[in-house]
Write a protein that binds this ligand. Sequence first.
Ligand code: SF4
Ligand code: SF4
Length: 362
Amino acid sequence: MHYHIILTKECNLKCNYCGGGSDTHPREIQYSLDDLKKFISQDKDPILEFYGGEPLLRIDAMKNIMDSITDVKFVIQTNGMNLHKLESKYLEKFSSILVSIDGTKDVTDKARGDGVYERTLQNIKIIRQKGFRGDIVARMTVAQGTDIRENVMHLINLEDCFDHVHWQLDFEMFWEAWEHTVAGLPEWIDSYNSGISSLVDWWISEMKRTGQVKGIVPFIGIMNSLLRGSPARLRCGSGIDFFTIMPDGRISACPVSIDFDFSVIGSIYEDAPSKLVERTNVGEPCTSCDVFSICGGRCLFVNRSRYLLREDGYTMICKTVKHLILEMQKAMPQVWELIDIGGLYLVGLDYPGFNNGCEIIP
Ligand code: SF4
Ligand code: SF4
């Protein structure tokens, strides 16, 4: 199973959609390393993902865990500001490094602060120079107004930076509390969907031109399961095989909804990993939805707190999901053709090989 470990709730940035970490307490880890080891040792195939706040504000705590717990896969989700501080010995242990960045310099700095874009790319260059050849994922938060095509293409085309690009829609724009702050969300949803169509066209044309699959995670994840005919469950895995260990040792189904009662489902002191499974699930409207077997329910947090959304919030989110699925279904015959011509499964469509924290459905 996959465990997010919140190393601290503090952050060294103040991004628009977050505001600089969580104010709830405790903010720092209260359990001992032995408590953590005992809990993790009950899982045969654990993946540990360091998360925050900003996990690289607690590099020593992270290194202690990495030194003490072996035979596991490590992942980190970071804002990248301190990535240059990691020695090669620790970098080498990461299967995926998810770095928050939103697209071009203007888009990223507007949301995350002046200079963030340059420093992020500089630090990625440094870890590449230190020999890190593993998977680096650009983890975008897509706010209202973002040109999705332009910004995804910008990141995926940066030389020797990102192997994959993944994004999530900034869900605050769908909250009822934000409804009257910015006008024009339905119109932007339409332009976002047009941008997705155009991005899919480009993705397929690149496949035809190069035989390679550009690492656009939502496209890859959905196309892969369409080609295999495998039904999806909630793709991020929250509450199924994906849990968050909070600083006080309680366990949340999702790393983002740690302050919501529905999400807190156990603790490392009282529960074995196998006992946590499906203590919380997505419900309606997802379970009766005609694309549930492909979408999987998108997001447990939004599904369980939909009472906080604006009246048309869920409809707008689902409009993006259904459009993306339709575009993938339309593109599928062309991908089959390429597979038939090549006689091989296209390199790159089998991603991620394990749940590395990319939720797949934006
Ligand atoms: S499209 Fe919307 S309603 Fe349907 S399964 Fe996905 S999130 Fe749920
Ligand atoms: S998709 Fe939703 S439920 Fe899943 S990890 Fe992200 S915020 Fe949590």
